[in-house]
Design a protein around this ligand. Sequence first.
Ligand code: KG4
Ligand code: ZN
Length: 343
Amino acid sequence: MKKIDEDILILAIESSCDETAAAVVKNGRFVLSNIISSQIDLHTLYGGVVPEIASRKHMEQINQVVEQALEQAHVTLADITAVAVTYGPGLVGALLVGVAEAKAIAYAAKKPLVGVHHIEGHISANYIENLDLEPPFICLVVSGGHTHLVVVEDYGRYRILGKTRDDAAGEAYDKVARAIGLGYPGGPKVDKLAKEGNKDAILFPRAQVEGAPYDFSFSGLKSAVLNYINGCEMKGEEFNRADLAASFQNAVVESLVFRTIAAAKENKIDKIAIAGGVASNSALRGAMEEACSLNHFHFYRPSPVFCTDNAAMIGTAGYYEYINGVRHGLDLNAVPNLKLGER
Ligand code: KG4
Ligand code: ZN
């Protein structure tokens, strides 16, 4: 790694799904600004993210979001060391807006361009408020599109232990929320309703994937929830939505915590972090904290604002890529199915 003798300021851009975001991050860990323009209200009308609407809204917002990020950080483009941008995975039309913006700025301001993997961004969100956190550590990444259990071996070096075989954890939350009439995005709403329910009221299955102890599967759980609702409706019985939310959440949280703790033990790593939108879930944060303290592991989690999509996390990941010598050309393209660890 290169020795750093002056401040490195990264202007970061994120537009992979339904938030248009820009941030300025100093030396990888200090967030000077973090602007997020959310499209959630727009997509709520349709019960989920509509890709064409997302792209159009990103185009409308991106210039002002970047300007605000520079303004709030009290810097100009001349002060910036490099421009980092999410180039995958995500919705191709949405990603392209951020990538085009970053390339235009890098070209016009003659700054290096660094493409960042969205999940690497989520993982790196943990560096922001935990100045003592250094690899190696185990990270559970749980978002709307991804569920990964990863060993962060070094900055920018990842070993994937397991993934979901079907739905992502956030996707399961969103589908169950829709089934009980809570609307999009479901995660925060299920989280809130579950606080009023009994998590042991209904026993839902915890799926294991044979021969792959760190893989996840949530489609069976989702079907069990839907079957339970249908069963009640057919019998003309009312069901308690809070109990259902709490019991579903308990099944998700248990399966996430169980595998993460097992992975830390097996790999003899005593630091555990969580990342992604579902990492803002209060039950997951509570249960992981408890399991970590029971096993004498250090537990790291970003503040909720750095769990859901934001550009500060891209600035942090971009910083470590930059000091590792990663540079992209102006031919950088959006890669909707980019794999973690690929360049
Ligand atoms: O990381 P993120 O903002 O976007 C992706 O990269 O996918 O994650 C969004 C996901 C959605 O599925 C949302 O329902 C879920 O994170 N989520 C939550 C909570 N807040 C957001 N799930 C459970 N509990 C929450 N509090
Ligand atoms: Zn995300």
